[in-house]
Design a protein around this ligand. Structure first.
Ligand SMILES: Nc1ncnc2c1ncn2[C@@H]1O[C@H](COP(=O)(O)OP(=O)(O)OP(=O)(O)O)[C@@H](O)[C@H]1O
Length: 330
């Protein structure tokens, strides 16, 4: 992992010209890490009837390293959820390939876990049952549950479920509750715990906090950053909220359409690394606000920004001192 702000890279490959700016400011080279998610020239088109089709994603190529916290941004309909579903294995690309942990994604499997905006819990199961269900059904089919080994496995899973609940700031007494007895924030905590129970190395989150009130959202942002810092899964997090992207991510990727034409899908408009130690308005002040505006310009498709914006001589993000040092938290 890149530690602290060793590099701030901005890669706006607009109109095919892949410009990379690397502002190396510290001496230590980033440690080499393995590729968790390899997206190779992926395009997706959907039929629109009468032999027409609409391209949603066009020639997306990305490598996401193990332990990166990637936040996907972009205007509504640009294809963020589509890309997440491809990584999960729920949808297949029209062309191109996606690999997770070195092998091709062809179906949903245990390599990735998914947290949607809401409604991911089974309403007729208790919290504990919701948490235990994934590991139990993936390891033991219905007849396998008659085996003596299942009892011991089940005990372990339930102990782990209680640990995850406590990790998520919930009480042991919440384990016996049903989802409708929990607030929206508590339900999302359980949904994250449910995803973490699967021990997947890739955690995919689709606007997972967008249905929450601001205070709950902020608590969960903090919690997620803590969990990520402790266990370093590879996270791909979709949001509309640029500030949330900067607070959570170690890398921000903006998807944007090049034009409104049906044959033009979204491409990577901006690919930017952030300090692994995190950013916040409190710690980064005006720099944070400027960076929000900078990223949103790419989200809006206003990527014909004057070159000065991406020119190191004029770039407000050039200074490494603007960002928190190692160890500084949100
Ligand atoms: N199965 C499908 N069939 C047809 N069109 C689809 C399908 N899935 C997605 N689309 C279309 O693809 C486009 C991208 O959808 P997607 O949900 O990925 O966008 P998004 O960036 O996540 O949007 P939002 O931010 O609003 O959630 C939309 O125009 C959507 O209607």
């Amino acid at each position: 992992m890149v530690s602290g702000l060793s590099t701030l890279e901005m890669t706006p490959p607009v109109n095919g010209a892949r410009e990379t700016k690397s502002l190396d400011t510290m001496t230590a080279a980033p440690a080499r890490t393995a590729t968790a998610i390899h997206i190779d020239d992926v395009s997706v088109s959907f039929p629109t009837g009468r032999k027409g089709c609409r391209t949603v994603l066009e020639n997306i190529s990305l490598d996401i390293e193990e332990g990166e916290f990637v936040v996907l941004l972009g205007e509504t309909g640009c294809g963020k959820s589509t890309l997440l579903r491809l990584i999960l294995g729920q949808d297949r690309p029209t062309s191109g390939r996606i690999s997770v942990a070195g092998s091709l994604v062809q179906r949903v499997d245990a390599r990735s876990s998914y947290v949607p905006q809401k409604y991911s819990l089974f309403p007729d199961r208790t919290v504990l049952e919701n948490l235990a269900m994934g590991p139990e059904t993936s390891k033991y089919h219905i007849l396998g549950r008659l085996l003596p080994s299942f009892r011991a496995f089940r005990r372990q899973v339930r102990e782990e479920a209680l640990r995850q609940l406590s990790h998520m700031g919930l009480q042991a007494s919440d384990a016996a509750k049903y989802p409708h007895q929990l607030s929206g924030g508590m339900q999302q905590r359980v949904a994250i715990a449910q995803a973490l129970m699967m021990k997947s190395r890739v955690l995919l989150m689709d606007e997972a906090f967008s249905a929450l009130d601001p205070a709950t959202r902020s608590n969960l942002q903090r919690l997620l950053r803590t969990v990520w810092a402790e266990t370093k899964p590879t996270v791909v997090f979709v949001t509309h909220n640029t500030a949330e992207a900067l607070i959570l991510g170690t890398r921000v990727i903006v998807l944007a359409r090049q034009s409104r034409e049906d044959h033009c899908g979204s491409r990577v408009a901006l690919d930017m690394k952030l300090p692994a130690s995190g950013m916040s308005l409190r710690n980064n002040g005006q720099q944070f606000l400027d960076l929000v505006e900078h990223v949103e310009r790419f989200s809006r498709g206003d990527h014909h920004a004057p070159s000065a914006d991406l020119n190191a001589a004029n770039d407000p993000y050039e200074s490494p001192n603007a960002f928190p040092s190692d160890g500084e938290t949100l």
